[in-house]
Ligand binder design. Structure first.
Ligand code: CP
Length: 313
């Protein structure tokens, strides 16, 4: 079972991942109720420390905390004493002195959540740090695949796009490999990390070969804020070669599903049609994001045991 902080999937084992996915399955039901609230984390305080923009992750951590009856505080860097030159670590220590039960951290620089975790008494969850890891995204992706395919073991998962700059790719590579999937990555060579094979993935520069027989296709966002566009001659050429549309999807299995962590650059990584319609499961991923974050909050800020029936009523 996980204990302490959740900084990355790299440090989890298969049993940890299965425990989180199983707990999230129980949490999912809460979101289907008219009154979407259980008392599980009543009296606990969760602080969201987002130093980088986010829609899905930030909103779903907030909704997850509120569904579990935690008090959720959203820290806003723009109106904080960071503007008066207080350091990030001093800001974190200051918030820690208010006795939160868990702190969620997103930062554009890899390693910041770990550095904060090292000085905090409260558990820290990494909500995405630079190009390092985005563990709860990978967990919600694995939950989505497990729901649709009934398994992860033995599936072929093809991740397409800007692997080099993608924390989502890194966390999913660790996660899907630990869960027994074959993981392929496909991208123009400048978007493939130099040590990619040592991670245990199969590396392709031909999208057609990478998609052949795939059960799951995960398209990644072109991360312009991390200078991804400098890795390709033009976005139009990238889209023509590595953008996923229905024609290219024919190389994959008939029951392939299409995933994207969002936000989508429509018409670049994915055609408009595949962004909105089956076999896209993008909104299922978003929905599962709340359940996964409820599970993580419960396991780290609440009791580290299965939620009893009473706790979910
Ligand atoms: N997938 C993801 O992390 O999206 P946000 O940046 O909107 O949180």
């Amino acid at each position: 079972m996980i204990g302490g902080d959740l900084i990355g999937i790299e440090n989890l084992d298969r049993e940890d991942i299965e425990a989180i996915l199983d707990t999230a399955e129980k949490m999912r039901e809460v979101g289907t109720r008219v009154v979407k609230k259980v008392p599980t984390l009543r009296g606990r305080t969760v602080v969201n420390l987002f130093f980088e923009a986010s829609t899905r992750t930030r909103a779903s951590f907030e909704i997850a905390g509120k569904r579990l009856s935690a008090d959720v505080v959203n820290f806003s860097p723009m109106t904080s004493s960071l503007k008066k030159s207080e350091s990030i670590l001093d800001t974190a220590r200051t918030l820690d002195a208010m006795d939160p039960d868990l702190v969620v951290v997103r930062h554009a620089v890899a390693g910041v959540p770990k550095r904060i975790a090292d000085v905090l008494t409260a558990p820290v969850v990494n909500a995405g740090d630079g190009a390092h890891e985005h563990p709860t995204q990978a967990l919600l992706d694995m939950l989505t695949v497990r729901q649709v395919k009934d398994r992860i073991d033995g599936l072929t998962v093809t991740i397409v796009g800007d692997i080099l700059h993608s924390r989502v790719a890194r966390s999913n590579i660790y996660g899907f490999l630990k869960m027994g999937a074959e993981v392929r990555i496909a991208a123009p060579p400048p978007m493939i990390p130099r040590n990619a094979e040592t991670l245990g993935v199969k590396v392709f520069t031909s999208l057609r070969e990478a998609l052949s027989g795939a059960d799951v296709v995960m398209a990644l966002r072109i991360q312009n804020e991390r200078l991804a566009s400098s890795c390709v001659p033009s976005i139009r050429e990238y889209s023509a070669t590595f953008g996923i549309d229905r024609a290219k999807l024919h190389y994959a299995k008939d029951d392939v599903i299409v995933m994207h962590p969002g936000p989508v650059n429509r018409g670049v990584e994915l055609s408009h049609e595949l962004t909105d319609d089956p076999p896209s499961v993008i909104l299922d991923q978003v929905r599962n994001g709340v359940a996964i974050r409820m599970a993580v909050l419960y396991l780290l800020a609440g009791r580290r045991s299965e939620p009893s029936r009473g706790e979910l009523q």
